[in-house]
Design a protein around this ligand. Structure first.
Ligand SMILES: *[C@@H]1O[C@H](CO)[C@@H](O)[C@H](O)[C@H]1NC(C)=O
Ligand SMILES: *[C@@H]1O[C@H](CO)[C@@H](O)[C@H](O)[C@H]1NC(C)=O
Ligand SMILES: *[C@@H]1O[C@H](CO)[C@@H](O)[C@H](O)[C@H]1NC(C)=O
Ligand SMILES: [Zn+2]
Length: 445
């Protein structure tokens, strides 16, 4: 029998199978707010191979919940793991990121225990995906509309603001009334010590890093960069995203025929060097919470037709994963009382030479992404002698599952006489760091 003669039968069976197979695969289409909610609820119900938790960080101006899906490889909530977040659809009419995060959700689940990078990520971090910070604006936006501002702001009527101009600013007084969505993000960040983050936008193709704001607003048309003390890290993070994105890295829009204008070398830019503004989310993440956030412009068309979504997902998939893995690099540790190893919360931490302090978490943990090299870290906490610790961050290039340098830092009670403190009344050796790096899993809650 000729192979061709069975083709119609095979095809027919295939169609029947595809049609009736209880597929849980996500369609490449836009999901409205109701559909998105249903989908996320379903997802967390049916996902069994990995620990997920669905929660809302608050409500939009028009009362819609702001849903987050959290992933972790371990069933118990481990406070020693770095927290990563992605926030999309901050501008309601920039819709691609919203769908990408839903696909990322599915991708992480389906590739856990299959792709070693996904397993590495989920076993060593907690990742939180907020597909829509602005469901109000989204609900009035128009599919296929590439440019324009309709749907950009929150709250369909009355009290509307640009959510990415609504955060406290590093250099300037903030003027716009704080919105419920902004408050929700700020409260979320007070609760969870995020280490790495990205905000997903549309209307351009570039990875943009802080600061967006600048000290003195220049009146000349020429743009000046406004750089952070962690500029090397931010450039590296932005480059990690762009380098893994086939279009961004070469200065093209999602569509090959269209260049991103202006041209950005390597597909990255400092925010203010492009255009500066106050009240942006990424600056707040960094200066207030020590969380490294960049802004990803992932499609020149703000709300492309659904036929474009599969291509856009393919373009961003590897970038999302590689970027997330950066949270596992640099240094992390725990600050403890030398007498009883009690965790010290809210200690001020500074990498010397980088004039931007950050704080230890509720359980005394801290994380900081750093490039390979030797560093000194200074810790200060009320009631303790300050301490300086020297450490090395090793190069993780080519390593599938990056490992940061882990420190345990013991602070001595300031009531201890200075002579006793100098004699090393600590339960540790050397510089007071028990191990550099520590053995994995040496921590207890
Ligand atoms: C949710 O899951 C149920 C049961 O598996 C299914 O019947 C329903 O179609 C799903 N809904 C969505 C929106 O995926
Ligand atoms: C460090 O930052 C603080 C607060 O922004 C500023 O007042 C101080 O001048 C800075 N110091 C250096 C050495 O840059
Ligand atoms: C330091 O020790 C004194 C005396 O034991 C104690 O009262 C105080 O609470 C300790 N300080 C801290 C920050 O633990
Ligand atoms: Zn935007």
């Amino acid at each position: 029998m000729h192979a061709l003669s069975v083709m119609p039968v095979v095809l027919c069976l295939l169609i029947i199978f595809v049609y009736f197979y209880p597929s849980e695969c996500l369609d490449f289409k836009y999901h409205n707010n109701k559909e998105m909610e249903r989908l996320m609820r379903n997802f967390s119900l049916i996902t069994k191979n990995i620990h997920t938790s669905l929660y809302s960080i608050g409500r939009s101006t028009n009362g819609l919940p702001l849903w987050v899906m959290e992933f972790s490889g371990s069933k118990t909530a481990r406070s020693d793991l770095p927290n990563i977040k992605f926030v999309a659809n901050i501008h309601g009419n920039e819709a691609v990121g919203r769908e990408l995060l839903l696909h990322f959700m599915e991708y992480l689940r389906d590739n856990y225990d299959k792709d070693p990078s996904v397993s590495c990520l989920l076993d060593n971090s907690r990742i939180h995906l907020l597909p829509s910070l602005n469901p109000d604006g989204f609900s009035i936006s128009t599919e296929g509309q590439c440019v324009g501002e309709h749907g950009r702001l929150n709250g369909v009527k009355g009290n509307t603001e640009d959510l990415n101009r609504n955060f406290p600013d590093y250099f300037h007084q903030d003027l716009n009334p704080r919105q419920p969505e902004t408050e929700a993000v700020m409260a979320w960040m007070d609760k969870i010590p995020f280490v790495l983050s990205a905000g997903l936008h549309g209307g351009a193709m570039v990875a943009n890093y802080p600061f967006d704001s600048e000290k003195v607003t220049k009146s000349t048309p020429e743009k000046f960069p406004s750089l952070t003390p962690d500029n090397d890290v931010f450039q590296h993070l932005a480059r990690t995203y762009a380098r893994n994105h086939p279009k961004m890295k070469i200065g093209l829009c999602e569509d090959d025929t269209k260049p991103q204008t202006p041209y950005f070398e390597d597909g990255i830019t400092n925010g203010a060097a492009w255009y500066s503004f106050t009240g942006g989310m990424q600056d707040y993440n960094y200066f207030k919470k020590g969380c490294m956030e960049i802004t990803l412009e992932i499609s020149c068309c703000k709300y492309p037709l659904p036929q474009e979504l599969e291509k856009l997902w393919e373009q961003n998939k590897q970038s999302l994963l590689s970027y997330s893995l950066e949270a596992l690099k640099g240094v992390s540790g725990q600050i403890l009382d030398s007498s009883d190893e009690r965790p010290i919360e809210n200690a001020n931490i500074e990498i010397i030479g980088r004039n931007m302090t950050f704080k230890s978490s509720q359980n005394g943990y801290f994380w900081r992404i750093l490039l390979p090299g030797f560093y000194q870290l200074k810790v200060e906490a009320v009631g303790y002698y300050p301490k300086i610790v020297t450490f090395e961050v090793r190069d993780q290039t080519g390593i599938n599952c990056p490992k940061n340098t882990k420190l345990r830092i013991f602070l001595i009670n300031a009531t201890t006489p200075i002579s006793a403190a100098l004699q090393g009344s600590e339960p540790t050796e050397g510089s007071g760091v028990s191990c550099t790096p520590c053995v994995e899993g040496a921590y207890t809650e």
